[in-house]
Write a protein that binds this ligand. Structure first.
Ligand code: SF4
Length: 358
C-alpha cells in the first residue's frame, strides 16, 4: 500500500504529563466495537469497573465523563488504563490520537489532528519556518481498515489534483477566505450533479473576501460550538467563550454595526500581536485542505467543506485575538494550546454552517 505521510508526522512525540490539554479533555472518548466486546467479556473487578464506566448515547459507546473528563485520567495527568493494562485495553481512538489514519483503498494518508497541542506546535513551527505541508510517500503494510464506501478511483485522483491546485492558489497569494474557493466549490459540486467535466481550481482567481460578520459568527457560535458544559469539559476554552459572549452577544443584539466595529478592532489586535498573521491563517487553511479536503470523496459536498475551512479559520483568529487582547505577546505554546482546545470543539461548527450561506 502506498502511504502518504504529512511532513510534520514523523516529528510528533507525545509530551505525556507535561501536556497542557491531555488527549481526553474536552470531548467524549468513543469506544470501538472490538474493544467494547472485550470490555463486556472482561472478568473480575477490572471487568466490572470497565462496564460501570461505559455509557451508550445516540448509538455511540463511550466512557462516562466525570467532572475531570475521562474517568481513567489520573491526578498525575496520565492515563491509568494505559499504565495498568497497556495499550491493548485502550480504545482505538486513544491509541491512535493525534494520528489521523485514512485508508482510501487505493492509498493511505496519515496526518496529525491539531487538537493535540504538540501537533499544533509542530504545525506552528513549520508555518513560521515557511515549510509547506506536503506528503512524503512510502510503501508498506497498514493495519487500519478502508474507511470509505466510495471506489471511484478517477474521482479520488481528481480530488488529489484539485487539492494540490487549491494549495497552489494559497501559495500564489490568494487569501484563505477568497471567494475563488467558494466559486470553485459551487461549480465543482454542480459538475458532479450534472455529470459534466469537473473544473480546475486554477480557473478561479476572485480575490474578493468572503464576508464574515458578527451575525454569522454568532450563528456558528451559538448553534453547537458553545455549551455551558465546557466549563468543566474544557475550562480554558470556556473562559475564551465567556470573553466572546461578553464582547459580541449583547452588542450584536443592540447594534450589529457596533458589533462589527468591535470585530474589526479585534482583527487589528490579531494582526498586531501575532506575527505574520495572514500567512498563519493561509497555512491553517492549507493544512485543513491537506487533512480534510478528501472528505469530499465520501459526500461530494465541495461547498460545505471549503466553507467549513474558511469559517473555522475565521473563528480561530477571533479566539486568538480575544486571548491576546490584554497581553503584550502570545507565545507559540499559548497559540498551540488555543488551537488544540479550539480544534476539539470545531467539528460542531460544521453542523452550524446550515445557518449561514456561502
Ligand atoms: S494531547 Fe497530544 S501531547 Fe497531549 S497527551 Fe495527548 S497525544 Fe500527548
Amino acid at each position: 500500500m502506498q502511504i502518504r505521510r504529512i511532513s510534520i508526522y514523523e516529528d510528533f512525540q507525545c509530551t505525556g504529563a507535561a501536556c497542557p490539554v491531555s488527549c481526553c479533555r474536552g470531548w467524549r472518548v468513543p469506544i470501538d466495537e472490538e474493544m467494547y466486546k472485550k470490555y463486556l467479556t472482561e472478568k473480575g473487578i477490572f471487568g466490572t469497573v470497565l462496564r460501570c464506566l461505559i455509557e451508550k448515547k445516540d448509538d455511540i459507546v463511550s466512557f462516562r465523563n466525570t467532572v475531570r473528563g475521562c474517568p481513567f485520567w489520573g491526578t498525575d495527568r496520565l492515563c491509568s488504563l494505559q499504565k495498568k493494562s497497556g495499550t491493548q485495553y485502550m480504545p482505538l481512538v486513544c491509541v491512535q490520537f493525534p494520528r489521523q489514519l485514512c485508508n482510501f483503498g487505493f492509498f493511505c494518508e496519515e496526518t496529525l489532528y491539531l487538537a493535540c497541542p504538540e501537533a499544533a506546535r509542530l504545525f506552528l513551527k513549520a508555518a513560521a519556518g515557511n515549510q509547506p505541508f506536503v506528503f512524503h510517500v512510502t510503501e508498506g503494510e497498514v493495519r487500519y481498515e478502508v474507511n470509505t464506501t466510495n471506489d471511484d478511483e478517477e474521482f479520488l485522483r481528481y480530488l488529489l489534483q484539485a487539492r494540490t491546485e487549491l494549495i497552489q492558489m494559497l501559495d500564489d497569494g490568494i487569501s484563505f477566505d477568497s471567494m475563488a474557493f467558494l466559486q470553485y466549490g459551487r461549480d465543482a459540486q454542480n459538475a458532479c450533479l450534472s455529470r459534466t467535466p469537473l473544473p480546475s481550481p486554477l480557473y478561479y482567481n476572485d480575490k474578493n473576501r468572503y464576508i464574515f460578520d458578527c451575525t454569522m459568527m454568532n450563528q456558528l457560535f451559538f448553534n453547537g460550538f458553545y455549551h455551558p458544559s465546557l466549563k468543566t469539559l474544557s475550562p480554558f476554552l470556556y473562559r475564551l467563550c465567556r470573553k466572546y459572549i461578553k464582547s459580541f452577544c449583547g452588542l450584536n443584539r443592540r447594534s450589529p454595526d457596533a458589533a462589527n466595529r468591535r470585530l474589526a478592532a479585534l482583527e487589528a489586535v490579531f494582526r498586531q500581536k501575532i506575527p505574520d498573521s495572514d500567512k498563519l491563517l493561509n497555512q491553517y487553511y492549507a493544512y485543513y485542505l491537506q487533512t480534510s479536503f478528501l472528505d469530499i470523496f465520501e459526500d461530494y459536498s465541495f461547498s460545505k467543506h471549503l466553507l467549513f475551512g474558511i469559517a473555522k479559520a475565521n473563528m480561530l483568529w477571533v479566539f486568538i485575538a480575544l486571548y491576546a487582547e490584554k497581553r503584550s505577546f502570545v507565545t507559540t505554546e499559548e497559540l498551540a494550546r488555543i488551537i488544540a482546545v479550539y480544534e476539539r470543539r470545531a467539528p460542531q461548527l460544521e453542523d452550524a454552517l446550515k445557518h449561514i450561506t456561502a
